[in-house]
Design a protein around this ligand. Structure first.
Ligand code: SF4
Length: 451
């Protein structure tokens, strides 16, 4: 998930975000993940994915930095954010090509970044010694991009003969997990190139030992926008391709996370649409000019999507204002809406009490808005109290003197990353929370845990 908050940026070649993908099996890296620093270390890659977000739309090359970013640049970045950000992900291009990646990981550990991750296509990790060296240097999180369960499918996506090495790299990490505390996530971009084998790919990755298998819907920006017709399926086609996985046992199914898709278009997978990680994207590199991925412009389609639509924005249409998911939905990629229209995006209606989830009933009883309002520090204001589209997570929007931020509350036994666990609940936060906010959340969590 190279993704984060563009704050959110996605997983690797698809680069995401924000997101906190997923239920994590590992512990230390996740329990205190407040925000994730994105350290872009390479502006070159040994794959050439059709949907790469890092490659320029016009010439398909990398722009904005040297092929190999100097160690001193990354060291300065880490030092500037030490203490204010809990985790760092080494991303962009193919980070494992950087000869000093182990030294960067070691520095991140010395600077007390709790999470130290690498987004990778896995090829170089087929060399067990290299994979081990990264773990020994301090890596405790990997996001490995694999787009098919066989050479034909994977190679068609990445434009190189890469499958054997990528699969071997994943195997090396699975083996090392017995020795190191590793969180192992895979990222599979669901494109027209692999849809027929998408379900098989997810099954294969979970069978191979991935903690979490993330499905990234293609973001039509960069290289992916250039090759839109070749690679971007409709969301409905992705949902249909995942249908065979609905038969998986619940414990296995919940390890699948869907990213970059509005909840209304996720069909039966809406409960597995990923959470967001708050990514800190430095303003001194290309990411500063990357697409703004947050859907902040709730305007009518006629206003926002024109023939000249600029790439990289997400937008909403007028009906989104009536949607139960509106508060946390990022909207639709502008170019996608321009190409495919708005038919797939219909507002989610509120649930009736009779259809409410166990979480919803419990949170309504133990964490009602009026009670949380009383627990907030003086002068703070609870702006919204909403259950997200999957009805398994409470989202609180809070205003302080210094600005607004978001808090997410889930069931403590949900097994997903959280900043703090107290009693029935696991508390996390989105962008905007500073140290004072975090202390206040901790106090509120402690107070609410007394029930
Ligand atoms: S806010 Fe709009 S795009 Fe988002 S889930 Fe609701 S209807 Fe869909």
């Amino acid at each position: 998930m190279r993704r984060a908050n563009r704050a959110r940026r996605p997983t690797d070649d698809h680069r995401a975000a924000v997101t906190a993908p997923a239920p994590s099996i590992a512990t230390s890296a996740n329990l205190r993940r407040k925000a994730v620093l994105q350290a872009q270390v390479m502006f070159t890659c040994n794959n050439r994915c059709w949907f790469c977000l890092d490659r320029n739309e016009v010439d398909g090359e990398f722009h904005g930095g040297p092929a190999v970013v100097p160690f001193a640049t990354i060291a300065a970045l880490l030092q500037a954010h030490a203490g204010s950000v809990d985790a760092v992900m080494f991303t962009h291009g193919e980070p494992t090509l950087h000869p000093q990646l182990p030294a960067m990981l070691a520095l991140a550990r010395d600077l007390d970044f709790a999470g130290r991750g690498v987004v990778t296509n896995g090829r170089r990790l087929a060399d067990g010694d290299r994979a081990r060296a990264l773990c020994e240097a301090g890596a405790n999180r990997f996001v490995v991009s694999i787009h098919g369960p066989d050479a034909a499918t994977h190679n068609a996506s990445v434009g190189r003969d890469a499958f054997v090495e990528a699969a071997a790299g994943l195997s090396q990490l699975v083996a090392l997990r017995g020795e190191f505390d590793l969180e192992l996530t895979t990222s599979t971009v669901a494109s027209k190139l692999n849809l027929p084998r998408l379900a098989d790919t997810l099954r294969w990755l979970l069978d191979r030992g991935a903690d979490t298998a993330v499905v990234n819907v293609v973001r039509p920006t960069g290289h992916a926008r250039k090759h839109f017709a070749k690679v971007v399926p409709r969301h409905a086609e992705v949902v249909a391709a995942l249908a065979p996985l609905l038969e998986l046992p619940h414990d296995l199914r919940r390890r699948i996370v869907l990213e970059d898709i509005p909840p209304c278009a996720a069909g039966p997978w809406v409960s597995l649409v990923g959470t967001l990680e708050a990514w800190v994207v430095p303003t001194t590199n290309e990411s500063a000019n990357a697409p703004v991925a947050r859907g902040t412009t709730a305007q009518v389609a006629a206003e926002t999507v024109s023939g000249e639509a600029s790439a990289g924005q997400t937008v909403k249409h007028s009906e989104c204002t009536t949607c139960a998911a509106n508060d946390h939905c990022w909207g639709v990629w502008e170019h996608y809406a321009h190409a495919y229209g708005w038919e797939e995006f219909q507002p989610i209606v509120g649930h009736s009490a009779a259809s409410s989830t166990a979480f919803e009933r419990r949170v309504g009883e133990l964490l009602p808005a009026h009670r949380l309002t009383q627990a907030l520090p003086q002068a703070w204001q609870l702006l919204s109290w909403t259950l997200d589209g999957r009805r398994e997570r409470l989202r609180l929007r809070i205003a302080t003197d210094a600005g607004e931020f978001e808090v997410m509350v889930e069931a403590a036994d949900a097994g997903r990353p959280a900043w703090i666990r107290r009693g029935h609940w696991a508390w996390s936060h989105g962008p905007g929370a500073d140290a004072a906010c975090l202390s206040a959340i901790e106090a509120i969590a402690a107070a609410c845990a007394q029930d």
